[in-house]
Design a protein. Structure first.
Length: 221
């Protein structure tokens, strides 16, 4: 009787052990499959991220038109100023009876500035992807304005003829002549050349500040 019970118990133990071994095998296989799936999913995720980053890089690459529009939005940009305090003489002459000449004159000064700049709306851009080169066609600088600070007006000497008195229009004419002289002096000082150089520097700095353009060589023609 006892022997029969012992045999039955041994069978039960063997069955339980076999079941435990089977369960362990199933769990190991399932764990392996899960790990493989996770690894595959991780690989796919990494690939997706890499592809997305690649697409993002392409997306933020700026075109020549984007660069041109950015520069055009600056409009006419003053890139150089020439400041001055200028002393001029204005003379007004008048002849009577063909041989009598009467003259009036005054010496005066103003402070002011001559401003030169470039019309950035006229800039053209060509981007060469193969040679990694950006070529900029930029117009030459021009005199934009001559400003006179009328509050700084000074008269140093004045000689007025009874037969040829000075009038308000004489002062207006003198101011126009003054502006023309100031412009000529600014041109002689090289204001346009300095303006061109400053404009090129501004354009170059603007371009290299854009995404993925630092590797490009910027040239001007």
């Amino acid at each position: 009787m006892m022997e029969s019970i012992r045999k039955n118990l041994n069978k039960i133990y063997i069955g339980v052990a076999a079941a435990a071994i089977l369960i362990a095998i199933v769990l190991c296989v399932d764990y392996g499959i899960s790990r493989k799936a996770e690894k595959s999913e991780s690989t796919q995720t990494a690939t997706t991220i890499a592809e997305k980053e690649k697409k993002d890089k392409v997306y933020i690459s700026v075109s020549s038109e984007t660069i041109r529009e950015g520069l055009a939005n600056m409009g006419i940009l003053m890139t150089q100023e020439y400041y001055f305090t200028q002393v001029e003489r204005y003379t007004k002459e008048k002849t009577f009876l063909k041989f009598i000449t009467s003259s009036s004159e005054f010496m005066y000064s103003y402070d002011g500035a001559v401003m030169a700049g470039v019309d950035f709306e006229k800039i053209r851009i060509v981007k060469d992807e193969d040679q990694k080169k950006i070529t900029v066609s930029m117009p030459k600088s021009e005199i934009i304005a001559v400003t006179i600070d009328k509050d700084t007006f000074k008269i140093y000497s004045e000689k007025e003829s009874l037969w040829n008195p000075l009038k308000l229009e004489d002062y207006n004419i003198s101011l126009v002549e003054f502006e023309n002289t100031a412009k000529e002096k600014a041109l002689a000082s090289g204001i346009l050349e300095r303006s061109d150089e400053q404009a090129r520097n501004l354009v170059r700095e603007f371009i290299v500040s854009l995404p993925n353009t630092a590797e490009y060589k910027v040239e001007f023609n």
